[in-house]
Design a binder for this molecule. Sequence first.
Ligand SMILES: *[C@@H]1O[C@H](CO)[C@@H](O)[C@H](O)[C@H]1NC(C)=O
Ligand SMILES: *[C@@H]1O[C@H](CO)[C@@H](O)[C@H](O)[C@H]1NC(C)=O
Length: 369
Amino acid sequence: MCLPSQQLSLIHELHLMLSLCFSWQSQAFPLIFLDLVDLKEFCKSQGSPEADDLNHWDITFWSERFRESKYELNEEELRPYLSLPRVMDGLFNLVNMLFGINVEPADGLAPVWNHDVRFYRVNDSSGTPIAYFYFDPYSRPSEKSGGAWMGGVVSRSRILSRDGANARLPVAHMVCNQMPPVGDKPSLMTFLEVETVFHEFGHALQHMLTKQDEGLVAGLRGIERDARELPSQFMENWCYHSDIVEEVHVSFALNQSAVDYSIIDGCCRNTLMKGIYQKLLAAKTFCAGTLNLRQWAEVLSADAFSAFEDVGLENEKAVKETGQRFRQTVLALGGGKAPLEVFVLFRGREPSPEALLRHHGPESVTSSA
Ligand SMILES: *[C@@H]1O[C@H](CO)[C@@H](O)[C@H](O)[C@H]1NC(C)=O
Ligand SMILES: *[C@@H]1O[C@H](CO)[C@@H](O)[C@H](O)[C@H]1NC(C)=O
């Protein structure tokens, strides 16, 4: 179904993107051009015959090879540090700090489809339940073995409430395919998997923290596709911020009591962690030759995250205030208001590509490479 309002908003978006492209030219084009030159060099050095005549599909392929060689990082290196229970604790602490919500296990409150599935309750700061979610973390090869996703079980709805007074509370499900625990060792994750969990939880937050009582526009419902990725990509940003990772108790990465030392020789574990983080960050922001800046949602999520950077990520009070504003706008208003209006309510202005350019700019790469 394509509602007229969705078309209208798409045209508006297109218009904005075009004007952004023009305003970007001076800043982004030299950068992209430089990247392409590097990419061709790399391609040549690998003895590739198409180096002088790269097609779109070549560019994507060679960008990946280039990234691998430039920021060579073995995803498995981080696995011993990242246990699923502690990652989830870190995530729940983070959303408590940002949005003032309490996530706590509520196993047994609702039936589950497998003994590994956990059920959680989300309370407001006043201690009142506002949502629930299922978390189905591990791969079960006969049923599911790849990918991660989030979905609504029921959405917030006044009409479908049981007592006719209070709205029915939303319930989400989040499904991952992590390696199951082995013996008494917890499930261990790669960094990419951690990022994926943060991403999916961003979607779940929008479903659960909605203030819309009309089911058809509650949570993610009725939101244009591109704008739907805003909360999820926004949450990804937090797992890259090592300051935040250390400071707001997302302490999983440095919790040394849980590290399997046998696979790490030498003494400097903190230095190793720092090095790996910087590589991760550089690899994320690296964009050889591809117009990685094209995604509208990336403009929105980078710009939204920059609201937190602007107030200072170390300033917990200001971060909390900004988090509350993000919750009351982006996470609460659902499809009841056009995404652009919602964004303006949060940011106080229309979206700007400045943050995305800064995150992807040459400085972000050189300073952290
Ligand atoms: C959350 O709400 C439930 C149900 O009202 C309550 O039993 C529990 O103590 C609350 N927990 C927190 C941390 O607010
Ligand atoms: C560190 O890991 C240990 C073992 O898994 C756990 O008991 C402890 O609570 C963790 N500490 C923090 C701060 O996460």
